[in-house]
Design a protein around this ligand. Structure first.
Ligand code: NAP
Length: 262
């Protein structure tokens, strides 16, 4: 058996996933980078250190069942030590105005693909292996402007916590990673291209590299089921204790309004 560990990272073409791929390659992992944009994946592979590790990419739309099935065959070819279920997206149109198929696609990506990959990963996992599901602080702070996104991330947090308890007896560590606002293309999408995080107070915004650094420290300790990155995000997590549910939703409706980020 090869001594090199292998990490499969979804959504590796940008943002947090890309930062994971770079940091893991620096730590000596062989990286399998997954996303839809082939040029971005190729540019990532070309820039990764440790070329001898044999980094690979797979172009896949994870909301598409055929692409997802073909990604599963990776697990038959080699042992995956670390799975990072990071690919995710949101929708900003009011729920009733958007196409149902758009909402279902979001569920397929944020939850369906995560469950499918987690299931296959855990079937082959050995003691010492790790599953990271990238959730969000909105897992615990439902944001009315993004109902399906908030609900999908709440699912991921609960799913990760339950698996954490179930899998720790096998020596397999499961983490629900909860970043707050992170300077990625995701913010540009969430504000329809009008903000990139520079307009927000610096204390509220993390870089993808800072998120990944905290996640990898937590991965070494293998202690917590839920890892919230950034001090201000950890403070935000106190809100449900301080406010009534009704008041909390009102506050989050204001804070989560994309116009507020401009
Ligand atoms: N940025 C934030 O403020 C923030 C906060 C909390 C949590 N998060 C979570 O962090 C994760 C990464 O987001 P990010 O902020 O790094 O945003 P990002 O830069 O937009 O990255 C999203 C990644 O997901 C991939 N992706 C999107 N749809 C896909 C699909 N159908 N199939 C395969 N890959 C797909 C994208 O690649 P392609 O377009 O090339 O497919 C891209 O690599 C997401 O789960 C997000 O919910 C972000």
């Amino acid at each position: 058996m090869s001594a090199t560990k292998t990490a499969l990272v979804t959504g590796a073409s940008s943002g947090i996933g890309r930062a994971f791929a770079v940091a893991l390659a620096e730590q000596g992992y062989q990286v399998i980078a997954v996303a839809r944009r082939v040029e971005r994946l190729q540019a990532l592979l070309d820039s990764l250190p440790q070329h001898e590790a044999g980094h690979q990419m797979q172009v896949a739309d994870l909301a598409n069942p055929t692409d997802l099935q073909s990604l599963l065959s990776r697990f038959d070819q080699q042992h995956i030590n670390l799975l990072i279920n990071n690919a995710g997206a949101s929708i900003l149109e009011p729920f009733h105005e958007s196409e149902l198929s758009t909402q279902q696609n979001l569920l397929n990506l944020n939850c369906g693909a995560t469950v499918t990959l987690a299931h296959r990963f855990l079937q082959q996992a050995e003691a010492g292996d790790t599953l990271i599901n990238v959730a969000s602080i909105v897992s615990f702070l439902p944001t009315p402007a993004q109902p399906m996104y908030s609900a999908s991330k709440a699912f991921l947090a609960a799913f990760s916590e339950c698996l954490w308890e179930e899998q720790r007896h096998r020596g397999v560590y499961v983490m629900g990673l909860c970043p707050g606002i992170t300077r990625t293309e995701f913010i540009e999408q969430a504000t329809r291209g009008e903000a990139n995080g520079d307009n927000l107070p610096a204390s509220l915004v993390q870089s993808p590299e800072a998120v990944v650094k905290e996640a990898l420290v937590a991965l070494k300790k293998r202690r917590h089921a839920i890892v919230v990155t950034g001090r201000s995000n950890r403070m935000m997590m106190q809100l449900p204790r301080l406010l009534s549910r009704h008041r909390l939703l009102k506050v989050l409706a204001k804070l989560g309004d994309p116009e507020a980020a401009l």
